[in-house]
Ligand binder design. Structure first.
Ligand code: GUN
Ligand code: FE
Length: 467
């Protein structure tokens, strides 16, 4: 039976909408043995926790009482991460996307043909992501089935929630890192899905995701076969790169001259669905924004990568996505951005939104490059609430896991971070004042904290980092 197993008391902070953060002060949260939230009781002072648990006859539950300067937030959801790029982060900043793929990324990813290399790197990756508070990640593997199976097993073993996709790529890639046919790619993809469903049959933590790298590296036959798989099994998520940079868009449309834009291209293969996660979405026309909205696709906004690798400084129209009700989460992009920190992704989302606001001061100018002009008046600027939302609940929606995680609610699974801003505990110089409100503490953590302030990380109630 799923008995109450843990009780945690303190300040809980989560998003209840893109613009609203809710503070649950003096709150007792009770979890079942399998990590489901069974009670959320507000206004229980620390001194009454023991009595409350005794009254419910669950005094044997493991108790954690947070101290002043500590609080709990939902775990971060990284909606776009290339697992094999863990080792190449920081290399090739400023390069255009196709040059960066050829020069840096493909030679690095090719090394994952050796499953023992994958074991070493993925062990470090998952440990490193968990300590930075990423409780859920949507991973692109390399093109290798065996290495991708290692990634899935590593996430399951270490307790990270993850979408796992073997990368599909059968053209326009170097001979040493390219699948030889659509059939080979599909058959390896099916084996990976089988592996994931064998090791985690109830999908407690793992979910398979179809991962055509992007249209440049996939033949029409391969894209169509993946679209057919998605049609036949709606539980499969889909992820790909979308309108990342001009160099990439030009190359894509020259390979598929029958299309005027990427939305029509991917949707013609059945790859734009409510289960689709589209990374980047920087250069967007009005038509394509409307298509993403109508087809209910999610956006993985990768601000760090968009400013450092790809092709110039790209400030995606995120505020416009949110205004239209499109689901948006944040992605670190691993090698594409130099940082795997979701805190950096949040900060960069804020800064690029300010830049978009300043760079495109009239709506007419903005229309020339895409939608959503700012008039420099803050129309394009994101708020603290919005970046926090995108890193947690927005991301959960994008990866199709909001029925399980992203906020604290009865029946949901407890994926959470204990944040500690006390100097003596973390040794980190977050400028904490004794009278800071919970919202101020959150703001200071997001803008000045780092992984040393993330002292405990829980996935499905299991402590996966910390003591
Ligand atoms: N487009 C195709 N592959 C990649 C990749 O690995 N990173 C980024 N940023 N864009 C891509
Ligand atoms: Fe990427």
């Amino acid at each position: 039976m799923d008995e109450p197993a843990q009780a945690i008391h303190g300040i809980l902070i989560h998003s209840v909408s893109p613009t609203q953060v809710q503070i649950l002060a003096d709150t007792l949260i009770i979890l079942s043995a399998s990590g489901i939230i069974t009670h959320i009781e507000q206004n229980i002072p620390t001194s009454q926790v023991a009595d409350f648990l005794a009254g419910k006859r669950i005094e044997h539950a493991r108790q954690t009482i947070l101290l002043p300067g500590q609080f709990i937030i939902p775990g971060f959801v990284d909606t776009h991460n290339h697992a094999p790029q863990w080792m190449q982060r920081g290399l090739g900043q400023g390069m255009h996307i196709l040059d960066w793929l050829d020069g840096i990324t493909f030679p690095n990813e090719a090394k994952f043909a050796d499953a023992s290399h994958a074991e070493k790197v993925y062990e470090k990756l998952v440990r490193g992501m968990l300590r930075q508070g990423v409780t859920t990640a949507s991973y692109y593997g390399s093109l290798h089935g065996e290495a991708t199976n290692v990634l899935a097993s590593t996430c399951l073993g270490k307790g990270q929630r993850a979408l796992i996709g073997k990368c599909n790529m059968n053209r326009n890639s170097p001979f040493f890192y390219c699948e030889t046919s659509a059939e080979e790619s599909i058959s390896a993809t099916k084996s990976c899905i089988q592996h994931i469903r064998t090791i985690d049959p109830k999908s407690t933590l793992l979910k398979p995701v179809l991962t055509p790298r992007f249209a440049i590296s996939c033949t029409a036959e391969l894209l169509q076969s993946l679209g057919n798989m998605a049609r036949d099994d709606p539980s499969l998520a889909i992820q790909t790169h979308f309108n990342e940079a001009q160099q990439e868009i030009d190359a894509t449309l020259s390979l598929f001259p029958e299309f005027n834009n990427e939305a029509d291209l991917y949707s013609s293969f059945g790859l734009l669905t409510p289960n689709t996660i589209l990374a980047h979405c920087t250069i967007m026309t009005e038509y394509e924004i409307q298509e993403l909205h109508d087809l209910k696709c999610g956006v993985a906004h990768c601000p760090t990568a968009n400013m450092t690798v790809g092709g110039g400084f790209m400030a995606a129209p995120v505020k416009e996505f949110l205004r239209r009700g499109i689901n948006v989460g944040l992605g670190t992009d691993s090698g594409g951005g130099y940082s795997s920190s979701m805190l950096n992704a949040m900060r960069h989302a804020l800064i690029t939104s300010y830049a978009r606001d300043a760079l495109y001061p009239t709506f007419e100018q903005a229309k020339e490059i895409g939608i959503g002009g700012g008039k420099g008046g803050g129309r394009e600027a994101l708020s603290l609430e919005e970046i926090f939302y995108m890193a947690t609940q927005g991301g959960a929606k994008v990866v199709g896991l909001d029925h399980k995680v992203g906020e604290f609610a009865l029946g949901k699974e407890f994926d959470a971070l204990v944040i500690d801003l006390r100097d003596e505990r973390s040794g980190v110089n977050v400028p904490l004042d004794e009278d800071d409100s919970p919202l101020r503490m959150l703001e200071k953590f997001i803008m000045t904290g780092d992984d040393r302030n993330i002292v405990n990380v829980y996935v499905k109630g299991r402590l996966v980092h910390g003591e």
